[in-house]
Design a protein around this ligand. Structure first.
Ligand code: NAD
Length: 419
């Protein structure tokens, strides 16, 4: 029997949670499939004068709680199944965090590191144009994900704004979140996902009477999420002894200086070649003893072999779906705690919501205001998930899905199904 696909894994989590919460089969059936799936093929002129055809996706899973919301991924492995899984996860994440958003995800099958800046801009603008009316500030609001960043969001916003009449232009700024500050982004959005993970870590440390100063960590993925996380961890006195990205895995016996590492990756794109690191194998990376493991790369990065090797107390999931179900069983049996993706990496969408609100109200919030609101929302969600898990004697992932599914089911039961 072949391994389940990413979307089958996500569906199995939500089905188990729905059954646990006694959600009706009608609502389960509705939530099992995305509402809409769009596939586009679009040509882009490359720097050498040739044309290349690209494939892009936007999957809108559910919008009963509010406009669709979810990132745009530029990666060579992007497929319809991945985008489906990630779109559904956004529905559950927004419901768990009690945000007025539904779930969506999009992407283009391309390795952005092979494109020049001009080519990346043309891919982004042409993809946005092809999405057309399928996105909009009241309808579907993209954000950054793997391979995209604030610059890509600004190009998306600008392209979208140029398709509406002059009198409507300014109110369209909220069509994407994760923009640069100059283009109307929010203070704190760049580190929001990592900051949310830190709040979860701190609540876990409080619960387990662990002093974070003096603890150790390993991080997989050193992009937007992994790099901000490293800088925040070191501020708390947590040392980072091993890091990995698509170029390989590396260790530092005395612990990495994340600021130097971030500056290096900003210049070179990857960790490879960093002078104060020793290259290690993937096996050695996963076997490095540490208090915490932070996966911040791609889905299914931790299978049974990696789970057997991991020698940590806690995994905080920055990435979406980084642990396969088989690996999760191994980790839980070993007594490793897991703070699941729906909760752990929700800081990004929470501050995206703040950005959307600021754009709609033409307000500018201070970093202190954003950070305080984020901390409150993360702490409340952490408590809800932990209490539900303890009450029912279930793991935190099942508890997070259960709360999300129950919230959506309530909305469906009240509204009924049209006509
Ligand atoms: P990014 O593109 O900025 O960074 C991705 C990192 O993963 C890079 O360092 C890359 O080299 C590394 N990587 C890719 N393939 C790898 C492999 N096979 N092994 C090891 N490392 C590998 O992306 P990001 O925005 O940091 O997103 C990382 C994860 O966090 C994704 O799963 C994403 O869905 C999730 N996430 C991101 C946000 C956000 O705000 N950006 C919010 C919630 C969840």
């Amino acid at each position: 029997m072949s391994a389940p696909s990413f979307s089958e894994i996500v569906r199995s989590h939500s089905t188990r949670a729905a059954e646990l919460m006694g959600v009706s089969s009608a609502v389960q059936t509705i939530l099992a499939e995305p509402k809409r799936e769009l596939i586009v093929h679009f040509p882009v002129r490359m720097d050498d004068g040739s044309f290349r055809l690209f494939k892009g996706y936007r999957v809108q899973h559910n919008n009963i709680l509010g406009p669709y919301k979810g990132g745009i991924r530029f990666h060579e492995t992007v497929s319809l199944d991945d985008v489906r899984a990630l779109a559904a996860m956004m529905t559950w994440k927004c419901a768990l965090m009690q945000l007025p958003f539904g779930g969506a995800k999009g992407g283009v099958t391309v390795d952005p590191s092979t494109l020049s800046r001009g080519e990346l801009e043309r891919v982004t603008r042409r993809f946005t144009h092809d999405l057309g009316d399928n996105i909009g500030p009241n309808h579907d609001i993209p954000a950054p994900d793997v391979g995209t960043n604030a610059q890509v969001m600004v190009w998306m916003m600008d392209t979208y704004m140029n398709t509406v009449s002059e009198s409507q232009k300014q109110v369209q700024r909220a069509v994407v979140t994760g923009k640069s500050l100059a283009a109307g982004g929010s203070q704190g959005r760049d580190k929001a996902t990592s900051q949310g993970m830190i709040h979860c870590l701190q609540r876990w440390a409080d619960d387990h009477r662990v002093d974070l100063a003096g603890c150790s960590a390993i991080i997989q993925g050193f992009g937007q999420v992994g790099s901000h996380l490293a800088m925040l961890l070191v501020r708390l006195g947590v040392s980072i002894y091993a890091v990995a990205d698509k170029s390989g895995a590396y260790k530092s016996a005395e612990g990495f200086n994340p600021h130097k590492l971030v500056a290096y990756v900003r210049e070179h794109g990857v960790l490879a070649g960093y002078p104060r690191a020793e290259p290690i194998s993937q096996e050695e990376f996963f076997s490095t003893p540490a208090d915490f493991f932070f996966p911040a790369a791609l889905q299914n990065a931790v299978g049974p072999a990696e789970a057997e090797r991991l020698d940590v107390r806690l995994v905080v999931e920055g990435a979406n779906g980084p642990i396969t179900p088989e690996a999760e069983r191994i980790l839980l049996d070993k007594g490793v705690d897991i703070i699941p993706d729906l909760l752990a990496n929700a800081g990004g969408v929470v501050v995206s919501y703040f950005e959307w609100l600021q754009n709609r109200r033409t307000e500018r919030w201070t970093l202190a205001h954003v950070d305080a609101r984020l901390e409150r929302q993360m702490n409340e969600a952490y408590m809800r998930v932990s209490l539900h898990a303890a009450d029912r004697g279930i793991d935190r992932r099942t508890a997070a899905y259960a709360l999300a599914v129950a919230h959506l089911a309530e909305a469906y039961e009240e509204r009924g199904v049209f006509p």
